[in-house]
Design a protein around this ligand. Structure first.
Ligand code: FAD
Length: 546
């Protein structure tokens, strides 16, 4: 009876078309597909809830990117790993069901979607597991056990306010889930010192694509542990992670300095990230911006606070269309006098080649600093921009080619900006565990760069169309390929087998082996479009179509 009531809320179609565009209101579901799924899920006796309504499809059929949409058959809010295991076991036994774990849906290209499949809303498990462990009783060997569905923002608040502790490696924005960022990497300005979030986890609970629950670590089920880190959700659903903590500082000095030349900017940034730990900043990032008064990506995007007094906020007549900004942060405690902090900063930036007079700084609490992008979100929401499409592009670029990338892409294709931040800053290869599934640019160079084109335009027709921006992203990728630049997509998305193979390079065969071991039916994370679901009677693992 429940199933039929729910069915009435769908726009049921007799044919098998399930394609829709992000702006379609209707969710077309094939009755022949849905009825057996309802039967199957009702028989599982899950502790969590199941939703087949259009509301569920509306929620899980879209993501932050707003480029793709899908029509899932069901949304499950699991109560924990047991529910996840039941769903995956039965999906394996079905003829064609796929399952996507959804963190907070902040992917750009449909990576957490399951068209015609089941979506697990991992946020329903966010309250599970929170526990602090102190090995030998010390704060320097403390860990937090957190749910795969926990938001980093909640982890920050609980760890700092209740224990005075904090994880070491963050993302810029914190309303992302632990499982979502660990399945990619999780990068911010602390990564040069500690590595990405995927290098800052010591144990995972994972439910594999076969429905098996396994605890894994660098020494126990290590194939699954390293496979799942950066594994794009392909091998299992992360239901718990153990994150190292350190004492949280009280305060942060946050600094921005403007550069006219990319060469000076990159030389200083590289120098800073290669200094010994005690002799550098705690956070190093940077971005390119347009020498204009554009609020989104010109001079007004440089101030650290909305009311920060800063001169100039208007273009400078330097003949440069693009400028660069180094962003730094130094941790300190209430017990440190401001003159001590001043002198440390003075010593660290003394030799840097920024444009004198173009340095801005502010002191704020550590929590305010780590949460700084929340203000951006609030502002974007107030202007109706947060729910607009975001065709973002993220890349890792080799150090050898970053100057050419600047010339061809920043100064060439993007000289007018992207309507939002264009992050560019160096990272250190040795801080990334080469046993994980994350793919970095080839080569031996210790330094490589992250580039993030965080477009934030008003929706079409006020802003450019999504198609135009997606095609500009394609042009950037093609240009990098044509000019032989060493790069890999971060948060990769490809449609063809050829592209996925090229992305993974010599890591491809290992990735396929892990898939065969942990999700041989290719049930998991279909939105990544790497493998297609294997039919019950076939033992072959299928790649996505050419
Ligand atoms: P989702 O988008 O829901 O899922 C991403 C992928 O992970 C999907 O394939 C999904 O199936 C899989 N997945 C989700 N949960 C699990 C789980 N528990 N177990 C296994 N697989 C799972 N990234 C950075 O590195 N640094 C940043 O500073 C940064 N800032 C961002 C700011 C914004 C505003 C946005 C929108 C994104 C940002 N990102 C950043 C990118 C972000 O890390 C990825 O998009 C991440 O995947 C989003 O996390 P999510 O929890 O929403 O995951």
């Amino acid at each position: 009876m429940i199933a039929y009531l729910e069915l009435e809320r769908f726009n049921i179609q007799e044919n098998d078309s399930s394609e829709s565009r992000p702006d379609d209101d209707d969710h077309h579901v094939d009755k022949n597909q849905l009825l057996p799924v309802i039967g199957l899920l009702q028989s599982l006796d899950l502790q969590g809830s199941i939703d087949y309504s259009t509301l569920a499809a509306d929620f899980t059929g879209k993501d932050f990117g707003g480029v793709y949409s899908s029509n899932p058959l069901a949304l499950i809010r699991p109560s924990g790993a047991d529910d996840v295991a039941r769903v995956l076991k039965s999906a394996c036994r079905s003829s064609n069901l796929t399952v996507a774990a959804r963190g907070n849906g902040h992917s750009i290209n449909g990576q957490a979607m399951a068209d015609g499949g089941i979506v697990l809303d991992m946020r329903s498990t966010e309250g599970n597991h929170f526990k602090i462990l102190r090995i030998n009783g010390g704060d320097h060997t403390a860990y937090a056990d957190v749910s795969g569905g926990a938001l980093w923002e909640d982890i920050l608040m609980r760890c700092v306010s209740e224990y005075g502790l904090a994880p070491r490696s963050w993302t810029d924005y914190l309303r992302l889930t632990v499982g979502g960022t660990l399945s990619n990497a999780g990068v911010s300005g602390q990564a040069f010192r500690y590595g990405p979030q995927s290098s800052n986890v010591t144990e995972l609970d994972v439910v594999t694509g076969k429905g098996d629950f396994l605890t894994c670590s660098p020494t126990h089920n290590s194939d699954l542990f390293f496979g799942a880190l950066g594994g794009l959700g392909q091998f299992g659903v992360i239901t718990r992670a153990r994150i190292p903590l350190e004492p949280a500082p009280d305060m942060v000095r946050w600094i921005r300095m403007v550069y006219a030349e990319f060469e000076d900017f990159s030389r200083d940034a590289e120098w800073l990230v290669t200094q010994p730990e005690k002799e550098s900043f705690d956070y190093v990032e940077g971005f390119a911006f347009v020498n204009s008064d554009s609020p989104a990506d010109g001079w007004p995007s440089v101030p650290l606070y909305p009311n920060h007094m800063m001169e100039p906020t208007t273009p400078i007549h330097s003949g440069h269309q693009l400028l660069y900004c180094l962003e730094l942060a130094l941790h300190f405690n209430h017990s440190n006098s401001s003159s001590t902090v001043d002198s440390v900063v003075k010593r660290l930036i003394g030799g840097l080649r920024y444009m004198k007079g173009f340095k801005y700084e502010v002191d704020l609490s550590y929590v305010e600093f780590v949460m700084r992008v929340k203000r951006v979100e609030e502002d974007a929401r107030a202007h109706g921009m947060w729910d607009a499409p975001h065709p973002w592009l993220n890349l890792f670029v080799s150090k050898a080619d970053i100057a050419e990338f600047d010339r061809l892409i920043f100064k060439g294709l993007l000289h007018d900006g992207v309507g939002g931040p264009m992050l560019v800053y160096p990272l250190l290869r040795s801080k990334w565990d080469s046993r994980s599934s994350v793919v970095l640019p080839e080569g031996e160079d210790e330094i490589f760069y992250i580039v993030a084109l965080l477009r934030s335009n008003p929706p079409y027709p006020k802003g450019p169309s999504v198609d135009k921006l997606v095609s500009q992203n394609d042009k950037i990728i093609q240009s990098c390929i044509q000019h032989g630049l060493g790069f890999k997509l971060y948060l990769p998305h490809y449609q063809s087998q050829h592209d996925w193979r090229r992305h993974f390079g010599d890591q491809w065969s290992k990735f396929v082996q892990l898939k065969l071991a942990f999700d041989p039916m290719a049930v998991l994370a279909p939105g990544q479009k790497i493998f297609t679901r294997t039919t019950k009677n076939s033992n072959m693992l299928h790649l996505s179509p050419q």
